[in-house]
Design a protein around this ligand. Structure first.
Ligand code: GDP
Ligand code: MG
Length: 140
């Protein structure tokens, strides 16, 4: 069954000029891009997105980082999109990510790790709805 996942190209990867290569990878891996845009979150928008991590020791660093510069948010669709995208991006910590994964290739460190991926189809739908109105999602 086709499912959806939210991808974010995080501020470190955008600032380092990796956007084009990451979008090429997304299409080469067979994902349909239903929506995409460049955004810059304020702190409260980043805190809302990462609400699940509120209270964790890295929450402030994470939300400061995610509101520090431009991100590209993308709504992706594919068979098993959540798992497939997480396979492409690799482990959260780039030191533990497999060779060839986006985080292995482009992440700076555990915090500034280039890309986001949803962790379940249900959260994928919620995260896409956090950034996209229905009319911004083009169904082919
Ligand atoms: P993900 O689903 O692989 O992105 O990982 P998590 O949901 O566990 O964490 C969300 C994001 O918080 C990660 O992608 C990192 O950017 C950041 N993060 C997670 N754990 C740590 C940590 O221990 N230290 C720091 N500085 N950032 C972290
Ligand atoms: Mg996560």
């Amino acid at each position: 069954m086709k499912t959806r996942t939210l991808a974010i190209i995080k501020p470190d990867a955008v600032a380092s000029g990796h956007t084009g290569k990451i979008i090429s990878r997304i299409t080469n891996e067979g994902f349909s891009i239903l929506g995409s845009k460049q955004i810059k979150m304020n702190l409260s928008q980043a805190e809302g997105f990462y609400d699940i991590h509120r209270g964790k020791p890295f929450f402030e660093e994470l939300t400061q980082f995610m509101s520090s510069g431009s991100c590209i948010v993308l709504a992706l669709e594919k068979e098993n999109a959540v798992k497939e995208w997480r396979n492409v991006i690799g482990a959260t910590n780039p030191d533990e990510a497999d060779e060839g994964t986006i985080r292995k290739l482009y992440a700076k460190d555990l915090g500034q790790n280039a890309v986001h991926g949803s962790d379940s189809a249900e959260n994928g739908q919620k995260e896409i709805a956090y950034f996209f109105a229905e009319f911004e999602l083009i169904l082919n």
